[in-house]
Design a protein around this ligand. Structure first.
Ligand SMILES: *Cc1c(COP(=O)(O)O)cnc(C)c1O
Length: 481
């Protein structure tokens, strides 16, 4: 029963880690140099000699957790990675143990069924028709949605854009990508869009900038003209990419208006909802995605705002056939095979062996029901509004935009280098962990308020620490001001 005993060791260590982190007295981030870490963890000896059980396991976890970034710490405000619902971590354990690589049904019937349920739950939230279960084909002429879960939003974007390519230039998969394909996106789009363009053979230069306002939001009224000019120059639009929301500032593009322009132009609309599609669970905020049902595809990371352990990202399409064609031209044999007890997701993904990603999202949702996820989402967005108001009232602080989600960008009086220097000092001290970003042509300090344990008082203490660093900097001989 060594496994059960070791589970108890792990559970105890994690519970202590969580309690210590929540209390907020230790550092949220502690970057022990790798060279030193290697020794502390005694890795070479463990690999050679083994023995990572019982007391040795307990000691190892002590060292490991001491140098782990504490997402449960109220000072964790940096990246868009969920503070997982603890149950979601249990799902990761079950998945790791059973190791049902469920991309084909026979390798994980339960896991594949859970993935189907999560995909259909997401489709339903968007307003697309859920996929019928095997044996229950949709009535003739009815378009049903489709989806798959991938290891992260970057891969999800690549997968959705592959589906778009299969519709717009179906010969691409076998013959190579035509030279005149372009993607139209805001300059504020996530870098995985440009990376996908490179991987898909369009080249990164094929990402053309959509007309935007100074917050990087697409101006729908000028998009039609942009698409017409591209058509005149002989370009074919693979997809228009809208942000829901953007990574840096957390702003939503006006999806309905963009969808109408795309509809007129016959262009595929892809919505990058990696972070912000979770507003679909919020009755108060789903209007931010108004018109999303008119899009062709959407991606949605559960490991950002659905409190799911990394990774679990949904690739969702209005017409499921588009996804079936993403990686092969002739997918007709996939449909309506009534003899199959289940559904093989393998045709829809880059991955071959695939984790039971849906289980982590399921455990996060099912721990307390989706209402709890909605409350957390709304709570973090409400906090962001309060934080933005608070910061805007501070002397010498500028807030980039009124937040639409749980992301707040601000800067203190001074140049870009000063903002970076402040982040360096905060990270070094380790009590507040924030990020920084470029937007509107300048450098900002950025808060992603992911943690249900973070409150306005934590932002006040962050500002106090920032003021202390500013005073230090001002008193240094070559003070940066
Ligand atoms: C985070 C993010 C991504 C990338 O998702 P990963 O899961 O980190 O690969 C893509 N697009 C947007 C808008 C994001 O915020």
């Amino acid at each position: 029963m060594a496994f059960k005993d070791d589970c108890a060791v792990v559970a105890e260590a994690l519970a202590a880690f969580e309690a210590e982190s929540r209390a907020g007295r230790l550092r949220v981030i502690n970057q022990v140099p790798m060279r030193e870490m290697m020794g502390r963890l005694d890795l070479a000896r463990l690999i050679e000699g083994g023995g990572l059980q019982g007391e040795r396991l307990r000691r190892f976890l002590g060292e490991y957790l001491a140098a782990s970034t504490r997402l449960q710490h109220p000072g964790y405000m940096s990246h868009q990675v969920a503070v997982p619902q603890p149950a979601s971590a249990l799902a990761a354990l079950v998945d790791g143990f059973t190791n049902n690589a469920m991309a084909i049904y026979e390798m994980g019937p339960a896991a594949a069924t859970v993935e189907m349920a999560i995909v259909n739950w997401m489709l339903d939230k968007i307003g697309w028709r859920p996929q019928p279960l095997p044996g229950g084909a949709a009535p003739d002429g009815v378009v049903v949605g489709g989806g798959v879960l991938t290891h992260g939003g970057s891969l999800a974007n690549l997968t959705a854009l592959s589906a778009a390519r299969a519709r717009v230039a179906p010969e691409s998969f076998a013959e190579g990508t035509p030279r005149n394909l372009v993607i139209v996106a805001s300059p504020a789009s996530h870098y995985s869009i440009a990376r996908s363009a490179g991987i898909l053979g369009l080249g990164q230069k094929a990402v053309r900038h959509a007309p935007t306002d100074d917050g990087g939001r697409i101006v729908a009224g000028r998009l039609g003209g942009c698409l017409a000019r591209l058509a005149e120059e002989g370009s074919v639009v693979l997809a228009v990419v809208a942000n829901a929301c953007s990574t840096a500032l957390g702003l939503y593009d006006p999806i309905r208006a963009i969808a109408e322009v795309c509809g007129d132009a016959g262009a595929w609309l892809h919505v990058d909802g990696a972070h912000g599609a979770s507003a679909l669970v919020s009755r108060r905020r789903r209007g931010l995605l108004d018109g999303v049902e008119l899009a062709d595809s959407l991606i949605w990371d559960a490991h950002k705002m659905l409190r799911t352990s990394t990774l679990c990202a949904g690739v969702l399409v209005r017409d499921g056939r588009d996804l079936d064609h993403a990686f092969r031209e002739d997918a007709s044999y996939l449909f309506h095979d009534k003899d199959q007890p289940g559904f093989d997701f393998i045709h829809r993904t880059v991955e071959c062996t695939k984790s039971a990603l849906g289980l982590k999202a399921l455990f996060a949702l099912a721990a307390e029901g989706e209402g709890a996820i909605e409350r957390t989402f709304d709570g973090r967005c409400d906090l962001a509004e309060a934080v933005a108001d608070h910061l805007a009232g501070e002397d010498g602080v500028e807030v980039a935009v009124k937040p639409q989600t749980n992301i707040v960008c601000f800067r203190v009086a001074g140049d870009d280098e000063l903002q970076l220097e402040l982040r360096r000092r905060l990270t070094q001290a380790g009590m507040h962990y924030i990020s920084s970003t470029e937007a509107k042509g300048r450098r900002w300090l950025r808060l992603a308020l992911m943690n249900p344990a973070t409150g306005i008082e934590d932002v006040r203490s962050l500002m106090q620490e920032i003021r202390r660093h500013l005073a230090d900097i001002a008193h240094e001989p070559q003070g940066k001001t």
